[in-house]
Design a binder for this molecule. Sequence first.
Ligand SMILES: [Zn+2]
Length: 296
Amino acid sequence: MRKIIICVLLVFGFTLLGYGKIKVVTSYRYIADITQRIGGDLVSVTALAKGNRNPHFITPKPSFIAKLRKAHLLIINGGQLEIGWLPPVMQQANNPKINTGSSGFLSLMELVKPIDVHLDVSRAHGDVHPEGNPHIQLDPYNIPIFARAVKDKLCRLDPDNCRVYMDNYDVFNNKWKKKIEEWEKLLIRVKDIKVVEYHKLYDYLFHRYHIESLGTLEPLPGIPPTSRHVADIIELIKKHNIRLIFQDVYHSAKTARFVANKTGAKVVIIPHDVGAVKEAADIFSLFDEIARRLTD
Ligand SMILES: [Zn+2]
């Protein structure tokens, strides 16, 4: 009897501690939130990057290596968005399960059609993303595509629980479809408006909702604004009567505010990831908050 009680306690304790769960590491928080919704109690998910940091330049911490070493599955954004920070920590973690091409690896960029693919890969155009614009998470129609791939991946790694992942995916997908209708009703109000953005961070959102981006505050991707370029942008805003300047949470908004002052355009700080602002606490509230900020 005593032995049975000890066994039960051990199993219960291990479950509480997360033993037996599929350990998933994701580069960004939006991926972690989707994965948690599909995996439920059967997975433990950690995002390496915080949602309010520049996704191109995450400072790796020693804890990243430990997390990657224990992971059964690594899910990245891809499209070289992580190229500046993730490869060295993956190498140090030395976990063959999650290497590129292994069964425990998933890159979301490969699932969608990228925009702005540059065939000329020289850095003459700034720090471009040669495989196309990697900021794929801001088209809400991409999110169920990612969720489905996560479901397929979890089914392959843990076939015994595939039914659970499929059910979770169905619940998520139905809820998401309803939210898309809600966001569409709101965002119809910004259809065909002309905007500028700091970095080409919002282009998938723009494509989806017919928002026209006429320029960036960065003269070239990854290059900070210069006074010459800012003068050109001010001219552009005046010429086309641009009303909104899209600013991310991780660059200083000083230039955007300066340009706004000179032109009467309005700066909108738009979150790009879960956790970028406190209102964007999960994948649903991220899009709720984007829609709210754009139609306020
Ligand atoms: Zn970028």
